[in-house]
Write a protein that binds this ligand. Sequence first.
Ligand SMILES: Cc1cc2nc3c(=O)[nH]c(=O)nc-3n(C[C@H](O)[C@H](O)[C@H](O)COP(=O)(O)O)c2cc1C
Length: 216
Amino acid sequence: MKAMRALGAGVVIAAALAVGAAAPAQDAQTVELPKPQMTGGRPLMEVLKDRRSQRSFSTKPLPPQVLSNLLWAACGVNRPDGRRTAPSAVNWQEVDVYVATSDGLYLFDAKAHALKLVVAKDLRAQTGGQPFVGQAPVNLIYVADYARMGRASDRDKDFYAAADTGFISQNVYLFCASEGLATVVRGMVDKAALGTAMGLRPEQRVTLAQTVGYPG
Ligand SMILES: Cc1cc2nc3c(=O)[nH]c(=O)nc-3n(C[C@H](O)[C@H](O)[C@H](O)COP(=O)(O)O)c2cc1C
């Protein structure tokens, strides 16, 4: 596993992705995030006052520490038993957060607090039809893995996947309001096309996407 460094146009890249890395293939595609800072932030009531959707983004990249804090706030591990900052039905933890940057598509591994490279291509423009999605530094894609949801009916799986996504999204909204970042959660996504581009299994369903960046 290698640490990441900030990129000019994008957000992060794994030093291990450089040609010639001697690590095994799996390690070579894992990007270690800085340890999340779990203190600080603005008072909750002020953050709630400022929570809003914004649709104008700068291309300025997110520093690695900010991305790390953002992902921890979204659904990072906050207790020794592996539970998260966001609740999930039956503690299924079925919603994965994918991170689309100019460098590629990554899966957030909450347990390792790391990013795993999934597709080494810029898929940002495919995460939605609105013009800002291709320019903002980060688009989060929420993907529910129905295979993790036990024997619930399909209707219940749809409901819990949507509800559990909402908790993560709101955590992101609150983090962004605290940090002065812009964000908007998005349902207008060609989910089938995006799922294909991401190489998802049939049991993995895109629920929502969320753009994050500095206000433009
Ligand atoms: C489930 C859901 C889907 C949404 N989809 C989109 C979207 O595709 N594009 C967009 O610009 N905003 C989208 N929004 C943002 C809403 O338009 C926004 O939350 C609403 O207008 C209220 O504004 P506020 O978030 O600033 O309070 C979505 C919000 C939710 C909760």
